[in-house]
Ligand binder design. Structure first.
Ligand code: MG
Length: 119
């Protein structure tokens, strides 16, 4: 199956299980949070199988949420990409921090390296 077929299959599965009838967007968002916590746990224990499982589960929860919100994940991703494509920032403690969220003194032109550790 290609990605689109998989997304449709997940939507069909959710429909068959009555998820669209009974679940609420907030309950669904909490499922995404639960699966994201499982991803953090899997990363923390360096468990490749669990990382794969958690990432797939996160995608399932997001596909269902998108359908509930009458959006497609593709349009959400496209919209996010257009925003981040122009974004400036720095790597701090292993995480990209957008320029407007950087602490004063760490912005572009402040002579701080692009990969900075703040301990
Ligand atoms: Mg899971």
């Amino acid at each position: 199956m290609d990605y689109f077929e998989l997304e449709c299959a997940v939507e069909e599965w959710a429909k068959d299980k009555g998820i669209f009838e009974k679940a609420t967007p907030m309950a669904q968002a909490l499922k995404t949070l639960e699966e994201t916590t499982e991803l953090c746990t899997a990363i923390n224990s360096d468990d490749r199988a669990e990382i794969k499982d958690a990432m797939g589960d996160i995608m399932v929860t997001l596909i269902i949420q998108a359908k509930m919100q009458k959006l497609s994940l593709e349009e959400c991703l496209e919209s996010a990409y257009h925003v981040i494509a122009k974004r400036k920032g720095k790597m701090i403690n292993g995480q990209f921090v957008k320029e407007e969220s950087l602490p004063e003194g760490l912005r572009a032109g402040d002579g701080v390296p692009d990969d900075y550790r703040m301990d």
